[in-house]
Design a binder for this molecule. Sequence first.
Ligand code: F6P
Length: 346
Amino acid sequence: MRIGVLTGGGDAPGLNAAIRAVVLRANALGHEVLGITDGYAGLLGEQQPRLLTPREVGHILGDGGTMLGTSRTDPRKDETSRRAVLASIRRSGFDALVTIGGNDTLSVAQWLHEQGIRVVGVPKTVDNDLSETEFCIGFDTAITVVADALDRLRTTASAHHRVVVVEAMGRDTGWVAAFGGLAGGADLILVPEIPVTSEDIVRTMKRRRASGDPDILVVVSEAVQIEGLEALTALDHDAFGHVRLDQRAIGTVLARLIEQRTGIEARQVVLGHLQRGGSPTAIDRLRATRFGNAAADLVEAGRSGVLPVQRSGHIETATMADAVREVRRLSDEYLELVRRFAGVLA
Ligand code: F6P
């Protein structure tokens, strides 16, 4: 079989480990794998897919980014692109595609499946908000970055008796803020799943200070809406059509509010793409290897419109349609942990 592989959407640590696993397993089964550059953009442009050999991918397990490049190109955006992408896949003679990505990449993959292309997905997003799977590639590295940052920020916040507001990624959900914040011992974690008002935050800061907390670490998820606090207006959209959440600058706006309303000196740190950069953790390498291996097996078994997922620690198979139907919100257990360990005070 001739299998095309691509990585789409925002990059995430572990993508190379997944590519490696797909190539090694598919080759072991007697198939050849061709790499498509820059996500779906690579199927619309001039560039030809190129053969990926086991030797070439042998040592990329720990590399950050993606050796194939990525993009947020949506080939469904107009009739010309729709025709072009289908023609390109047929011209390349692919028997199957493996698409490694999150909600956007896999919703395109689902559409390709509906058009009669054989496609198997691999779940990747630092946001960890894909349905049907407990974890996605990239998430563990992202939360490790948040926890490490909090460890460092604790010492400087403590030295200066300050509040430090840390802005974490998460387009719709609070997975990164909650897991990273809990692992790093944040004092207050703000996620889209738990509504709060600016009054709740100001009261919490004052009470913490009054009870003797010299330094306070706040983790805020980039998409949080806080009643009574206006974030900046995000004006631009990315190539897929999503609003640019970084432009809301919620961390900066929140730090200003805290300083003005409580008199406590506050600073902000936007972790941004540090959460997606660099080498994947051991957990992400293992997840990527398990998912990539299982994806190659699904291709071998002739499956399409499906992806390997993790449920109760085991690798199982889900349909793409179910995986992208809705974003997966923080589980009740973690919502309760956030409330107990890093919630607003009454
Ligand atoms: O979708 C993953 C994500 O990392 C979001 O958490 C974030 O809002 C967005 O991508 C940032 O995208 P970009 O790299 O295009 O700025």
